[in-house]
Write a protein that binds this ligand. Structure first.
Ligand code: GLC
Length: 470
């Protein structure tokens, strides 16, 4: 009896010991499988992102061999082109008019403070010289590392440098066919057939090798834009497909100051992203995560597609673009506005015209954008206006989207405003008495003040009133 018990308990002990050893060895293995993302305090993160939060306005640049087709950067997918059919764009790509110094000047004159360029897009083509593929600009007729020139030119103009890198790759032979791929299939069997012999491990290594290249060969990189994840469902791709955590750990190690977007499918992981990226729509309010406001940047096109699209007719006008910028800041966010340079390497006149118009406005009104954010809640936004606020200078900016007729009522402002002026010319705006005529007199509401504006709208697309607060 005694013996049996002892044999049994010995056995249990053994099992326990074995499983403990197993778990322990797993734990030892873990750090090499899943690199730790650096833990950072809220304050440290705020400081790291300080310049970006202040600068508010950046240029997105989508450029690659799809500019030759000139009908969307997804042309390979939309027309289900295979590698051979797409090859002609690679063979003809020769942007002889590429002068990134010009691009940088255009961005700077528009009031933009940083730029994010596609080093590789979904088609797999690289604008940079990579030793891990031949599919890059140095092997096209232009024969140069176009990213190197971009970085030098933009840095020389004092603009911060961001790299976009596509996680998708429709050219790499080990990248498995998924639902977004140009050769996407219609049945599971077909997918299995198409993906036979493809090894995503090889592709995962390729991503790391290339991201290491772009973050090692061009000096300090301020932003990385990794794009994008579409997990779940049939034939999606997400964090396990990219090995997102290890990739991000490498990014943070190589460039500890870098600011990272949120498309690695790591939304639930601490340190897995720095800002969120609402694309091609206006948020209704400052985006939150678990009830806390988060840094955000909306990315937007002029006309719908990101890559140069010759025949697109849906261009936004100057006012829409300015409102996009102002409204983003009024909700605490940034605007990353895209240009798709042509196959010959210059920025199309339609984009240039719009950027010049925005620049004209920014020249006189940028104080209501840089360093500004959402106005404190106690100031009620007057009709047809957008408010922004600079905490440091304690100034509030009222953007007049629809120019009022002489009187502008500011509710909740009484006793809080020291002085009012137009921002563009620094001319005083006087406080007035309630509206009245012979038969009718309006009463001032509690906490309300009235500004008396000139009847004629100043020569600004959107005039701005600067309020110096008490
Ligand atoms: C999407 C599109 C892509 C574009 C990007 C910009 O992910 O696939 O073409 O580069 O949005 O945010």
């Amino acid at each position: 009896m005694f013996d049996i018990i002892s044999i049994q308990s010995c056995g249990k002990m053994k099992i326990k010991k074995q499983s403990f050893a197993f778990i322990f060895s797993l734990l030892l293995l873990l750090p090499s499988l899943q690199a730790q993302l650096p833990i950072e305090s809220k304050k440290a993160k705020q400081e790291r992102m300080e310049w970006w939060t202040q600068d508010r306005f950046g240029m997105f640049i989508h450029w690659g061999i799809y500019s030759v087709a000139a009908r969307h950067e997804w042309v390979k997918k939309y027309e289900r082109l295979n590698n051979e059919e797409y090859q002609k764009y690679f063979e003809i790509f020769n942007p002889d008019l590429y002068q990134p110094q010009e691009w940088a000047k255009i961005a700077k004159n528009a009031g933009m403070k940083y730029a994010v360029i596609t080093t590789k897009h979904h088609d797999g083509f690289c604008l940079f010289d990579s030793k891990y593929t031949d599919y890059n600009a140095t092997n096209t007729p232009i024969g140069r590392d176009l990213i190197q020139e971009f970085v030098e030119a933009f840095r020389a103009e004092g603009l911060k440098i961001g790299f976009y890198y596509s996680l998708l790759d429709w050219h790499h032979s080990d990248y498995t066919i998924d639902r977004n791929h140009p050769q996407s299939a219609s049945s599971i069997e077909e997918y299995e057939q198409l993906n036979k012999g493809k090894d995503m491990d090889v592709y995962r290594k390729y991503i790391k090798d290339q991201v290491r290249e772009i973050l090692s060969n061009y000096g300090k990189i301020d932003i990385i834009w990794l794009d994008y994840s579409f997990p779940g469902g049939k034939h999606g791709k997400g964090r396990n497909d990219w090995d997102s955590e290890n990739l991000l750990a490498m990014v943070r190690k190589l460039q500890p100051e870098i600011i990272v977007n949120d498309r690695l499918d790591l939304l639930d992981i601490e340190g897995g992203w720095d800002f969120t990226t609402p694309e091609q729509y206006k948020v209704s309010k400052w985006p939150e995560k678990n009830g806390i406001k988060v840094p955000w940047e909306t990315c937007q096109t002029f006309s719908g597609s990101w890559g140069y699209y010759r025949d697109e007719k849906t261009w936004k006008d100057n006012k829409q673009l300015l409102v996009l910028l102002i409204e983003s800041v009024s909700k605490g966010g940034n605007l990353l506005l895209n240009v798709g340079p042509t196959a010959r390497g210059y920025i199309d006149y339609r984009a240039q015209d719009r950027l010049a118009d925005m620049g004209e406005w920014m020249k006189f009104n940028s104080q209501s954008i840089y360093g500004c954010t959402q106005a404190p809640n106690d100031y009620k936004t007057p009709d047809n206006t957008l408010l922004t606020y600079n905490e440091e200078t304690n100034r509030l900016y009222v953007h007049l989207l629809d120019y009022p007729m002489k009187w502008l009522s500011l509710k909740g402002f009484a006793g809080k405003v020291k002085y009012a002026q137009f921002l563009h010319d620094g001319s005083e705006i006087k406080f007035g008495k309630p509206r009245h005529n012979v038969t009718h007199q309006e009463k001032l509401g509690e906490e309300e003040i009235i500004l008396i504006l000139p009847m004629v709208k100043p020569n600004m697309e959107i005039p701005v009133i600067e309020l110096i607060l008490e």
